[in-house]
Each structure stands twice: as C-alpha cells, then as structure tokens.
Write a protein that binds this ligand. Structure first.
Ligand code: GAL
Length: 392
C-alpha cells in the first residue's frame, strides 16, 4: 500500500464543510459566499484553510466516459472555475465522493472509477477529498475500496489531502495510513445534541468523547494521520437554520457550556477542526469559540498526540494531552448536572513532575497563575476548565 509522504496534514486539517449548514441544497454561490465569509470573519487567518463542498455537488449519473459531472443547475460554472475562485481568496478547495456506486444522497460516486475521478480532481485543482462509504460496495471490503482511491490520488500530480469517511465501522485507525489517508472518521455522524439515545439518528458530543477514549483509537493519532470524530457543530444551535437536522428531523440543543466542551475536546484530541455552521449567521459567542487561539494552539501542537482521560471521580473527570516542549493541556470536565469543584495535580496529568513550579494559563479566560502542583477549578454543568500547564 502507499504511505503518503507528501508532508500534507502534519497538523490536524482546519477548514469549513458545507454539510452541517447547507446539507443537500448547497450551490456554488453558497460556496463563494462561504469563501468570502471565511476571509471576512478572520477564520481563514486563524487557520481554517480548507473549504470543502460535501455531498450533492454532482449529477445523479456519471458521464459517458465514467467522469463525475457537476450539477448543471447548482454548479453551472464548473468545479475548476469554482476551485480557482476559492484559491483566489487564499483558501484551499475540497470536494466529496463515495466509495460505492452512489453517494449517501443518491448521486453519482467513484467505486470502479477511481483513476478517472482522481485525475479530474487534480485537473480541477482540488486540494482535499472527503470520501464517504455509501452506495453499493459490489462485494468489496473497506480496505480495498479505500486503497483504490488512495492509490489513484497518489498517482496524480497534485497533493490532495485524503479524508476517509467510513464512520469507524472497520477500524480505519488501523489501516488509514496504509491506504494513503490523512484522516479517517472514527465514529458515526455528529448531531447538535449532548447525547442521543440508541434509537435516534447520530451521536451527541459526549457520546463521541467517550468513543474516542479507546486506547486502540487514541494511540494511532499523529502527524499525517488523524482520528476524525466528525465536523464541528459549534454555532448550530436551535436558533440556526441548520439544514442537516431538517433532513434528519431531530431537535437541536447544545448550551454555550456544551459548545465550549465540544470545541475543547476536539482540541485536546488533536482532531481535524472543520467548522460546519452557517458563517453568515455566526454570532459573537460562536466566533469566540471557533477563534480561541489558545485552544487552537493546543489542537495544532506539533506532537499531534490525542489527549486521554487520566481519571474520574463520579461525574468529575481529568483529561490531559502532552504538548511539545514538556508542556501539557488539561481539561477538568464536569459531566454532572450541578456545578462542581474539580481538582488534580501535576502527578496525574501528562507533564514532567520534576519542576518546582508550573505556570498555568486558562485557555478560556486567559487568567494565568503559578502552582507547585495542584490544579483546581469550579466547573459548571456539562462545562470544562481547560489549561495549558508549563514547567518553569
Ligand atoms: C454521511 C457523512 C456526513 C455527510 C453525509 C452526506 O455519510 O457521514 O458527514 O457527508 O454523508 O450525505
């Protein structure tokens, strides 16, 4: 198999994807607007560089020679022109297909046409491919289907970040790198909920946090190969016109604290940060979360380690992640329904224990102090305190 040595995705990819906000109604005008808004809101300059068009950009049938064709009504300019427009804004352009005969919404897809489609993507100037798992698989297993596209992408003369979206069904963290992938979904579709019941569509924030804390998954994470717990739902609360949920007919409910917890854990996990909100509607609270530089610095730390849980007492949990230079990120997480005091020490979290003092900076408030070892905070329900801890 191929191992991508292109140097792509040495830190977790950051960007914006059309699915959560626009679902299947996305048009090329929405994509151009999103490009302008990524620039205008400052998101591009803080690192959100990939603009990815998800499902429904293509016609329902392949062309005569097996090629993908853009929907003539919604994408009349053609993908090369659109990619060029996005590049002119200083952004990278991503696209979507599926390793089956159709996409999840029933449009034409790539199984059996990988070479043709990879060449089309390269010719169009595509920088990122999200590759889904829908459609008929013609009896082929996941590794063979995802390797076929990985090899096709490796053969074209363009670096294309390869995002495998197989929902974690066949342990892609074990073989993602071997098929040339730079990231792979570990889990099912994220919805704007704290948690969901087993008979409901999708997974809530805390459901995904728990599934990610599996040593088999966590220890596979690192530069060039990322566990992907799915796109961000920050800013997609009940007040937003969130299209994905209209399709799936589910209620949306995440509090401000739960959104902060969601973003904090995706940063602690070194997860890809793909925003999914309608950027035209973004309010200050959402913008403050998505552009928190201290949290993003934890996410983009060059070691690329996925933080894990160090311990839990009832609903009070301590999580940490080793950072470059002997530093460490800590999350004190209150899973319970009442405000709680949560305490830990440097012996518990992932930091060298031989320093006399440590400086602590609060990722959300910006407060700074020093400690000889203990780290405590009062944390509201479903909220976190998040710190960067540095030996002095
Ligand atoms: C799902 C995928 C979502 C979105 C959707 C599009 O399989 O997990 O992220 O891409 O398909 O139809």
């Amino acid at each position: 198999m191929t191992y991508s040595a292109s140097g792509a995705a040495t830190t977790p990819p950051m960007g914006w994807n059309s699915w959560n906000a626009f679902s299947c109604s996305v048009t090329e005008d929405d994509v151009r607007d999103a490009a302008d808004l990524l620039v205008g809101t400052g998101l591009r300059d803080i690192g959100y560089e990939y603009l990815v068009v998800d499902d429904c950009w293509m016609e329902a049938e392949l062309g005569e020679d097996g090629q993908l064709e853009p929907d003539s009504e919604d994408f009349p300019s053609g993908i090369d022109t659109l990619a060029n427009d996005v590049h002119e804004k200083g952004l990278k352009f991503g696209i979507y297909s599926s390793a089956g005969d159709v996409t999840c919404q029933g449009y034409a897809a790539s199984l059996g046409h990988e070479r043709t489609h990879a060449e089309q993507f390269a010719d169009w100037g595509v920088d990122y491919l999200k590759y889904d798992n829908c459609g008929d698989h013609r009896g082929r297993d996941a590794i063979s289907r995802y390797a076929a596209m990985g090899q096709a992408l490796a053969a074209v003369d363009r670096d294309i970040v390869y995002s495998v979206c197989e929902w974690g069904q066949n342990q892609p963290w074990q073989w993602g790198r071997n098929v040339g992938a730079h990231l792979w979904r570990t889990t099912g579709d994220i919805v704007v909920r704290w948690s969901t019941d087993s008979d409901e569509f999708g997974l809530g924030i805390v459901d995904i946090i728990d599934q990610m804390n599996d040593p088999d998954i966590a220890y596979q994470n690192g530069p060039g190969g990322w566990n992907d717990p799915d796109m961000l739902q920050v800013g997609n609360g009940p007040e937003s016109g969130q299209a994905q949920h209209e399709v799936a007919d589910i209620d949306r409910e995440l509090t401000a604290a739960e959104e902060r917890t969601h973003f904090s854990f995706w940063c602690l996990f070194s997860a890809p940060l793909m925003a999914g909100n309608d950027l035209a509607e973004m309010d200050d609270a959402t913008r403050e979360i998505l552009t928190n530089e201290a949290a993003i610095a934890v996410n983009q730390d060059p070691l690329g380690i996925q933080g894990t849980r160090d311990g839990a007492v009832e609903n009070k949990e301590v999580w940490s992640k080793r950072l470059a230079g002997g530093e460490c990120a800590v999350i004190l997480f209150n899973r319970g329904e009442r405000t709680a005091e949560i305490a830990t020490t440097v012996e518990t979290v992932d930091v060298p224990v031989d320093a006399e003092r440590y400086s602590v900076s609060d990722v959300w408030s910006g407060d700074e102090w020093t400690t000889s070892g203990s780290i405590t905070a009062t944390v509201g329900t479903h909220d976190v305190a998040m710190f960067r801890v540095s030996p002095e």
